[in-house]
Design a protein around this ligand. Structure first.
Ligand code: PMP
Length: 299
């Protein structure tokens, strides 16, 4: 991976190579941490973080589901995120805040330290620029009563890792998971949309992460006069859509050209996806005044 100079750990910046923890860190054994993925982009006003407050709110919501209590407030972490971006002097990249149970007590009821870190690094297009090939996973999205679907809890990502490994092994770019009822849920790290006869549809909340990109695309689409409905959808419906695309902080807006062995449309990005992707990229790069409120300028 590409590295940067500094990582923020529990209140101070340390050099990248010195950002180390004990092997008996609770979260390493049990997945007892929560994280965020945030992007910042080069804009005409300098580096700007996309929807930082929304990401911080979700981070603290995630922390509450694991009873992780940190002395740092969301405001402190926001300042630390900005400090870390500034210190690393890169114009665009990915930000990874993490709050986790640290060292001091083993066993499933955590009781040791609670630690916080923030790393940033340059990260290009997560799924590449072309339409991706997707496999409907044999792994079902974790049952919403087995975890908090609205939280980004480290341990729950094993479900996403299994689905991703399976998809890659079978020659696909990405997985798509169904929920326990058999309806379309989401990708391992992305929400999914389909366009049919010019209208957009996306799975209802319940078994999925309420993605911040998903929310942005819903707002942008509505502002463009495109109707958006949240509903339960079957794989058959998705496979017969005119267009399918993923949304996510890392994946941004990525067209899906194939699901299992069936092509979507002509296998390339379709007009609705292309339009939304273009607007989204304009928004995050500060080229669209209407959504300037979503950007926190750093430099
Ligand atoms: N679903 C899952 C499981 C994810 O991990 C992510 C990435 N955070 C998303 C959806 C997309 O969410 P966002 O747009 O907030 O990055």
């Amino acid at each position: 991976m590409e590295t940067t100079d500094f990582i923020w750990m529990d209140g101070k910046l340390v050099r990248w190579e010195d950002a180390k923890i004990h092997v008996l860190t609770h979260a390493l054994h049990y997945g007892s941490g929560v994280f965020e993925g945030i992007r910042f982009y080069e804009t005409p006003k300098g580096a700007a973080i996309f929807r930082m407050q929304d990401h911080l709110a979700r981070l603290f919501h995630s922390a509450s589901t694991l009873e992780l209590k940190t002395p740092f407030s969301a405001d402190d972490i926001g300042k630390a995120v900005i400090e870390t971006v500034r210190a690393n002097k890169i114009k665009a990249g990915y930000i990874r805040p993490l709050i986790y149970y640290g060292y001091g007590k083993m066993g499933l009821v955590p009781g040791g330290s609670v630690n916080v870190s923030i790393a940033v690094w340059p990260w290009g297009a997560y799924l590449g620029h072309d339409a991706v090939k997707v496999k409907v996973s044999s792994f079902v999205r974790v049952h919403p009563k087995s975890f908090h679907p609205s939280a980004k809890v480290c341990g729950c990502y094993v479900n996403s890792i299994n689905a991703s490994l399976e998809a890659k092994r079978e020659g696909f770019d990405e997985a798509l998971m169904l929920d326990y009822k058999g309806f379309v849920a989401e990708g391992p790290g992305e929400n999914v949309f389909m366009a049919k006869h010019g209208k957009l549809f996306t799975p209802s909340l319940g078994s999925i992460l309420p993605g911040i990109t998903r929310d942005s695309i819903i707002q942008i689409a509505k502002d463009e006069g495109i109707s958006v409905a949240e509903k339960n959808m079957t794989v058959e419906e998705l496979k017969s859509a005119d267009e399918v695309f993923f949304t996510g902080t890392a994946a941004e807006v990525t067209a899906v050209g194939q699901i299992d062995d069936g092509r979507i449309g002509n296998g390339k990005i379709g007009p609705v996806t292309e339009k939304l992707k273009e607007i989204y990229l304009d928004v995050v790069h500060g080229r669209n005044k209407k959504y300037e409120g979503w950007l926190t300028v750093v430099s």
